[in-house]
Design a protein around this ligand. Structure first.
Ligand code: UDP
Length: 339
């Protein structure tokens, strides 16, 4: 069965492609390489023994997208393609709305025209904002997102709700908490461009000596050690959830489905706990300094992921330490590649 994976060479996309191939899906990737690299395709082939079909273009190019749908009997889509830098989205919001939403609508138009169902959307826990109660389950009220990036995720969800309702389609919205880690082969991982914004890539680059010191954004939060708390989910576990969600959609007897799942571990870890776990897992020092809070950051977010366990038979299996080990191996691989 052929599945379109947009953004399939990106961080979560590439890990998901591997899991799809392992589950005997035929994968067709469309990725414009704006935040990914071509060697990832070779590495997917090295891991799975199969080279996915790959089209390098921007999904806003409707005519090229139509050609892909004409060439393949596509039965579903997992949509990862999107710009994801929160800070940049505040400076160039229009670019974010155009890239993230136009490309989504273009794929959905093909689905509508050809009467295809089974669509999985990469959403984010950012749609909840600072929730009033922890843990966050799927019924936690959504709040206005802090960033234009977050708004593209909320709007994407709204578009998909309408798409599912109006055209009787099967749709799943997956709300990720904080994805971390790399493939156990060290052949896939996160490729932050420039100075990383996210915690784990910054910690990793600091340990590698690429960055001098980690800045911890705030130690005066009302948490146990004063640093902010997030739910860090291992990327391979996350990838497996996509396959489980896709299988559920495909096997569904309903014509119209709108499922929503939180994907997290259910456990919150503070910034300092992540730093300590990284040091312990990899026997390496991470120099840090405490800095003022980062604008727009929330205090605490962790998931109640029981619904995914109950309905998808999925749960996170990998510990924080194990995930952080894979990140370090990936960093070593990247270093060797550039030497
Ligand atoms: N963080 C930090 N230093 C950094 C990057 C992140 O202290 O260099 C903190 C950030 O303030 C937040 C947590 O790490 O509390 C996770 O941040 P990240 O950007 O990875 O994900 P977010 O949850 O903000 O999407």
């Amino acid at each position: 069965m052929s599945i379109l994976v947009t953004g399939g060479l990106g961080y979560i996309g590439s890990h998901t492609v591997v899991e799809l191939i392992k589950n005997n899906f035929e994968v067709i990737i469309v990725d414009d390489l704006s935040n990914s690299e071509k060697f990832i395709l070779n590495n997917i082939e090295e891991i799975t023994g199969k080279r996915p079909i790959f089209y390098p273009f921007d999904l806003r190019r409707k005519e090229l997208l139509t050609q892909v749908f004409e060439a393949h009997d596509i039965k579903g889509c997992i949509n990862f393609a999107a710009s994801k830098a929160v800070g940049e989205s505040m400076v160039e919001p229009l670019d974010y709305y155009e890239n993230n939403l136009f490309s989504l609508v273009n794929v959905l138009q093909e689905f509508r025209k050809r009467n295809i169902s089974n669509f999985i959307f990469s959403s984010s826990c950012t749609v909840y904002g600072q929730a009033d109660e922890m843990p966050i389950d799927e019924n936690t009220p959504l709040k206005e997102a802090e960033s234009s990036y977050g708004k593209t995720k909320q709007m994407g969800e709204d578009i998909l709700k309408d798409f599912s309702r109006a055209y009787q389609k099967r749709v799943t919205l997956l709300r990720y908490f904080n994805p971390i880690g790399a493939h156990p082969t060290a052949l896939l991982g996160e490729l932050p461009s420039g100075i990383p914004n996210n915690l784990v890539p910054y910690v990793t680059q600091t340990a590698a000596g690429i960055r001098e010191k980690l800045s911890i954004w705030g130690d005066d939060y009302p948490t146990e050690d004063g640093t902010a708390v997030r739910d860090y989910i291992y990327v391979v576990d996350l990838a497996k959830a996509h396959v489980a969600a896709l299988k559920k959609l495909i096997n569904s007897e309903e014509e119209t489905v709108l499922d929503v799942y939180n994907l997290g571990t259910g456990k919150g870890s503070s910034v300092l706990e992540v730093v300590k776990a990284f040091e312990l897992a990899n026997d390496v020092a991470v120099p840090y300094q405490i800095c003022p809070r980062r604008e727009g950051d929330i205090t605490v977010a962790y998931a109640n992921a029981d619904k995914a366990e109950k309905e998808l038979g999925w749960k996170s299996e990998t510990t924080l330490e194990e995930a952080l080990k894979t990140t370090w191996e990936w960093q070593k691989y990247l270093k060797e590649r550039t030497n």
